[in-house]
Design a protein around this ligand. Structure first.
Ligand SMILES: O=P(O)(O)O[C@H]1O[C@H](CO)[C@@H](O)[C@H]1O
Ligand SMILES: Nc1nc2[nH]cnc2c(=O)[nH]1
Length: 295
């Protein structure tokens, strides 16, 4: 791999990994599901599964965070091939954003059309409760403001244009499908919509930082997803993103609770089944409505 700006992967690196995977599996997924912290269980609902450990896939980074299994699972849901990332990558692990987003371009080259991202985040909006699921309607790329952006460096036109538009990263139509499905599943009480802010982590927020994020318009905060969504949008993939509110972020100096990663994983376990139902129904609805090309 060569390095230029934040970019450390060449088109040949992406091609090599894609060809390797396509030679190993007959699955040709149209949907990729990126499972956030503790949410790898989302893959359990698929059948005809074929699993690859990240360390066995050429050029793939390796997961180092508890709650991220570190494997790519191909499987079918409602007769459609999907690919699940059980665990994704973070800046705080020491990866470049090129490495963090590497799988997204592999999905693109494999023929994926829709990326469904899940993650865990802290609720800033005081109305949010632990266990709520926030449909992401927009994001703030805080590391991006400081130049930590996955598209910095030479632009490869084979993936997308130099200056991509991000104002429609999370399509309204897709978001309304999620709302409809949650009503059908009887879980609309847990569903919220809001703005996710990415910070680099790995520390959780100070109270002053949390207050600043609330003033800036953020409803929840986490340490992932925005680079993957940015790269997905850049290469023309559709995106749906769901964030599980695993804790309430303290905006008040008198609050005694202290957040920790174990609590985050515990809440993910508690909501995994519901999220799995939601994801499965979403994939089947997208198929029915031919939001995903069925060829
Ligand atoms: O965004 P995901 O990986 O779901 O997880 C969130 O939870 C972890 C902290 O507990 C961080 O990795 C944060 O980003
Ligand atoms: N930055 C951040 N990431 C999280 N992931 C889960 N909860 C949180 C949180 O409160 N803050």
């Amino acid at each position: 791999m060569h390095t230029k700006g934040n970019c450390c992967c060449s088109f040949e690196d992406y091609k090599l990994t894609t060809e390797w995977l396509m030679n190993q599996t007959s699955h040709r997924p149209k949907v990729a599901i990126i499972c956030g912290s503790g949410l790898g269980l989302l893959a359990d609902g698929a059948s005809n599964k074929q699993t690859f450990r990240y360390q066995d896939i050429p050029n793939f980074p390796i997961s180092t965070v508890p709650g991220h299994d570190g494997c790519l699972v191909f499987g079918t849901i409602e007769d459609r091939s999907c690919v699940f990332m059980k665990g994704h990558f973070h800046l705080y692990e020491g990866y470049t954003l090129c490495q963090v987003t590497f799988p997204v371009r592999i999905f693109k080259l494999m023929g994926v059309e829709l990326v469904l991202v899940t993650n865990a985040s802290g609720g800033i909006c005081p109305d949010f409760k632990v266990g709520d699921i926030m449909i992401i309607k927009d994001h703030i790329n805080l590391p991006g403001f400081a130049g930590q952006h996955p598209l910095c460096g030479p632009n490869d036109e084979r993936f997308g244009i130099r200056f991509p538009c991000m104002s429609d990263a999370y399509s309204k139509d897709m978001r309304s499908v999620v709302v409809d499905i949650s009503t059908e599943l009887g879980c609309s009480d847990f569903i919220r919509e809001g703005v996710y802010c990415m910070v680099s982590g790995p520390n959780f927020e100070t109270i002053a930082e949390a207050r600043m994020l609330w003033i800036l318009g953020c409803d929840s905060v986490g340490m992932s997803m925005v680079p993957e969504v940015t790269v997905a949008k850049h290469c023309g993939l559709q995106v749906v993103a769901l964030s599980l509110i695993t804790n309430k972020v303290s905006l008040d100096y008198s609050r005694e609770e202290k957040v920790n990663h174990e609590e985050v994983l515990e809440i993910c376990k508690m909501r995994a089944e519901l999220l799995q139902k939601l994801v499965t129904s979403l994939i089947s609805r997208f198929n029915q409505q031919q939001i995903i090309n069925t060829n």
